[in-house]
Design a protein around this ligand. Structure first.
Ligand code: F6P
Length: 359
């Protein structure tokens, strides 16, 4: 192997640059040259590349985002093209193969979440030598103990809870913090534990609003004049979408209803009579400098990806099997979501120390 391509796909995540840096540096030690593909698979469709030298990756270790750019769009197997004046989805994977060939790339390292890794698997199946590197702040890929980016997002969310605590206490308010996590509540659960939340609502445990309100009232009856609620963006009340829809229809102020955090905030205020404020942390969780943990994990993944290449383990993805970096076939890694277990030890711990999970 003499020359390889690397791309980042899907939502960005702190630590991507640390992976790219480790790939370039490790590759250099084997005299392999690295070409960066710009903006995910889109860069392979349109042949937008950047020859990466060790100089190009100088100083990027602590930088958030990705120097290569990324996108959630641009699946070469389902790519929008205009045919007979109409927009249709076409398979442009042969164009990608041509561009790989034209750039003399012997293999491709794909850094991405579930969606991007599924595309990587597709290329492996049509004969492109591919290596995967898992990435998501949600930490919901079951094939690895941890994804880089999660620890940084968790730290950001915990700091937000700490800050909300002081203002909640001063104003005797209920503070609702909505954090990311559409299908898995790892950020909500762990930041809630780390930040000392009173209520944590997860996608994995449908919640009853009566229990949430009961918990806030109970605290107030014990002289605690403020409360902190952490809610994952994918959390749902028991009864799911119907309950949310009904509330939107009934609400005198539907403008205040955005995500689930706003719904919880409105209902808590109505149910307790306590002043309530909602913060949606959003993309702050995806930005900024990676924590030491994420820098190290990302560096180990980048290094591990080159070792997989050298041993020709194509179609595999690096993963953490604590304390080692190992690999797993992409076919086993994609589509396997790791959710919080409602009866797991971490959830039980939360409940035993008095945190309400809405059930
Ligand atoms: O999967 C990572 C993630 O940050 C989710 O937690 C969140 O739901 C989603 O991406 C947000 O995506 P976008 O940046 O496209 O709004």
């Amino acid at each position: 192997i003499k020359k390889i391509g690397v791309l980042t796909g899907g939502g960005d995540c702190p630590g991507l640059n640390a992976v790219i840096r480790a790939i370039v540096k490790t590759a250099a030690s084997y005299s392999i040259s690295v070409v960066g593909i710009l903006d995910g698979f889109g860069g392979l469709i349109h042949n937008q590349t950047w020859k990466l030298t060790e100089k190009d990756v100088m100083g990027i270790l602590p930088r958030g985002g990705t120097i290569l750019g990324t996108t959630n769009r641009d699946d070469p197997f389902n790519y929008p093209v205009i045919q007979d004046g109409k927009k249709v989805l076409a398979d442009v994977s042969s164009q990608v193969k041509n561009n790989l060939h034209q750039n003399e790339l012997d293999a491709l390292i794909v850094i991405g979440g579930d969606g991007t890794l599924k595309i990587a698997l597709g290329f492996h199946q049509i004969g492109v030598p591919v290596i995967g590197v898992p990435k998501t702040i949600d930490n919901d890929l079951s094939a690895t103990d941890q994804t880089f980016g999660f620890d940084t997002a968790l730290t950001t969310a915990t700091e937000a809870i700490d800050k909300l605590h002081t203002t909640a206490e001063s104003h005797h308010r209920v503070m609702v913090l909505e954090v990311m996590g559409r299908y898995a509540g790892w950020i909500a659960l762990q930041s809630g534990l780390a930040g000392g939340a009173d209520v944590i609502l997860l996608p994995e445990i449908p919640f009853q609003m009566s229990k949430v309100i009961g918990k806030i009232k109970e605290r107030r009856d014990h002289g605690k004049k403020f409360s902190i609620i952490v809610v994952a963006e994918g959390a749902m009340p028991l009864g799911g979408h119907m309950v949310v829809q009904k509330h939107i229809e009934d609400s005198p102020d539907p403008v205040r209803l955005g995500g689930i955090g706003n719904l919880v905030g409105v209902q808590v205020e109505e149910g307790t009579g306590m002043e309530t404020r909602v913060t949606v942390l959003g993309h702050l969780q995806r930005g900024g400098s990676p924590t030491a943990f994420d820098r190290i994990l990302a560096t180990r993944y980048g290094n591990g990806a080159i070792h997989l290449l050298n041993s020709k383990k194509f179609g595999e993805m690096v993963c953490l099997r604590t304390p080692d970096i190992k690999s797993v076939p992409l076919s086993e890694a994609v589509g396997e979501l790791r959710q919080v277990s409602p009866e797991g030890q971490m959830v039980k711990t939360a409940e035993q120390i008095g945190i309400c999970l809405g059930r």
